[in-house]
Design a protein around this ligand. Structure first.
Ligand code: GDP
Ligand code: GDP
Length: 450
């Protein structure tokens, strides 16, 4: 086993919004996260106040962190609060938006933020976002913020309320992000991340695989230990293991531990090809688990779900694997493809199978179906069940091909792509899965005019 250095700084897709209270951070957050916030809007802990969510722009998916929603400071601890917000943003995000309010003009706290941010200038792209520029006159007033002496390039003047200016801002932001549909270099070894809530058994799994203790406590300052990457080689399996398991923050605040663990899981997931999402059998699937799985699906990652601590479930009659599988699939619907494996890291039950499955999922993710075989089978499936006509118009699909992308995407060429219904997309996806076995992998079905 060879430990790799923290590694090339892969492009990842996280945006953090920092700034003093009332400038409009949460308004922008809600706009970026859009309707998808609903999925984050559930129960416990971190998600309740929606400190993070996800959105997309021109096909690129990203995670947004509202640091203001996370760090609350009473007046006398503003300085500490600013420091924490900025540190969080720099450590966890790939692009930092520093928001100010053109309506209110320059504020003492803006300068304090700028002072802290300036220390990190050059480490991550930082954009000044002048919000509440609802009118042209106000937009012109944004110039005064150049005096803050921080940020990359122009100031973006926006109105979070109306959305004006946010398109230009997003164009700049997502230029730093990777496109999950894009063809990328095949880097060789599969990258497998182990993610999940605190205490599900991530460290135990990683320690078991690597045969060593790996609890690394970091006081992260500026330069982040992101996920740890280790080359793993055993029983003919070779891959890069990405884990955040050993990373424990030096913090006594329980809320912090939870929050950071979620963000770290997101980071590790973003860097992986396949993520192993670990659940605790005694707790079932929880809201944050669903969030992580939904994010992995959006980011086109392979997914394997482990229901760990299976040794602790005594009544396996009532709690049969089948029943638990159904419960999980119900919670993560419409995502239906991840394999679910019942493990005990403690007794080493099915740990080997879990790894083999993750490797298989990687192979599913990277395989290419020959066009002739694809057409033979799919055109027959289409003949058996034609696309329903819409407004008397018949959709005729002539040809299908797998695109040369990093993830399985199938393009169906037809006369009227705009008339294909979602239900028919699902039909085709299911036939592709039945015939070609894409277990654990999100697949794309798109229509093109021919
Ligand atoms: P935060 O404390 O930075 O998260 O700020 P909020 O998002 O809670 O916004 C503070 C106040 O500013 C709220 O009353 C918002 O409705 C208002 N606000 C946010 N964005 C805009 C904007 O673009 N224009 C105007 N006029 N008001 C805004
Ligand atoms: P992490 O926070 O996800 O890294 O979780 P840890 O690996 O630190 O495990 C949390 C606790 O659960 C530890 O006390 C482990 O010994 C225990 N644990 C991990 N896996 C299993 C398992 O399969 N069965 C049982 N009974 N306990 C486990």
């Amino acid at each position: 086993m060879v430990g790799l250095a923290a590694g090339v700084d892969n492009m990842k897709n996280t945006i953090a919004i920092v700034g003093r209270p009332n400038v409009g951070k949460s308004t922008l957050f809600n706009r970026l996260v859009g309707q998808r916030k609903a999925i984050m809007d559930n129960q416990s802990g971190v998600t309740r106040d929606r400190h993070y969510g996800y959105g997309d722009w021109i096909g690129k998916h990203f995670t947004v962190i509202d640091t203001g929603g996370y760090v609350h400071g009473s007046d006398d601890v503003f300085e500490e609060s600013i420091r924490r917000q900025v540190k969080l943003a720099i450590d966890e995000a790939d692009v930092v938006l520093f928001m100010v309010d053109v309506d209110a003009g320059m504020h003492g706290l803006d300068e304090e933020f700028a002072n802290v941010l300036r220390r990190y200038q050059g480490k991550k792209p930082i954009y000044i976002v002048a919000n509440k520029a609802d009118t042209n006159a106000r937009a012109h007033a944004a110039g005064e913020f150049y005096a803050l002496g921080v940020g990359d390039g122009d100031i973006f003047t926006i109105s979070s309320q109306s959305g004006s200016g946010t398109g230009d801002l997003l164009d700049a932001v997502v230029s730093h992000f990777e496109d999950p549909w894009e063809e990328t270099e095949d880097e060789g070894l599969p990258k497998i991340a182990v993610v999940g809530r605190p205490n599900v058994g991530k460290s135990s799994l990683v320690n078991l695989l690597l045969g060593e203790e790996r609890t690394i406590v970091t006081e992260i300052a500026g330069t982040t230990r992101d996920a740890i990457k280790t080359r793993y080689n055993a029983f003919g399996n070779e891959f890069i293991l990405i884990d955040t398991a050993g990373l424990r923050r030096k913090t006594k605040v329980k809320e912090d531990i939870e929050f950071y663990s979620v963000l770290r899981s997101i980071r590790a997931m973003e860097e992986s090809d396949v993520c192993i999402v670990m659940l605790d059998a005694t707790r079932g699937i929880e809201a944050q688990d669903v969030n992580i799985i939904a994010l992995a699906d959006k980011n086109r990652k392979g997914i394997v779900i482990l229901v760990n601590k299976w040794d602790l479930v005594e009544d396996k009659e009532t709690n049969s694997t089948k029943k638990i599988e159904e419960q999980i699939l119900e919670k993560i619907a419409p995502i239906a493809y991840p394999p679910i494996i019942f493990t005990s890291v403690l007794t080493k039950q099915r740990v080997h199978k879990a790894i083999e499955t993750a490797i298989q999922v990687y192979e599913n993710k990277t395989k290419k179906i020959p066009t002739s075989q694809l057409n033979e089978i799919m055109l027959r499936a289409i003949e058996e069940h034609q696309p329903p006509s819409v407004k008397g118009k018949m959709v005729r699909i002539k040809y299908v091909t797998q695109l040369p992308t990093h993830n399985p995407v199938f393009a169906f060429f037809c006369n009227l792509p705009q008339y294909v219904r979602d239900s028919y997309v699902r039909y085709l996806e299911n036939r592709l899965r039945d015939n070609f076995g894409f277990e654990g992998v999100p697949i794309g079905v798109i229509f093109r005019k021919k």
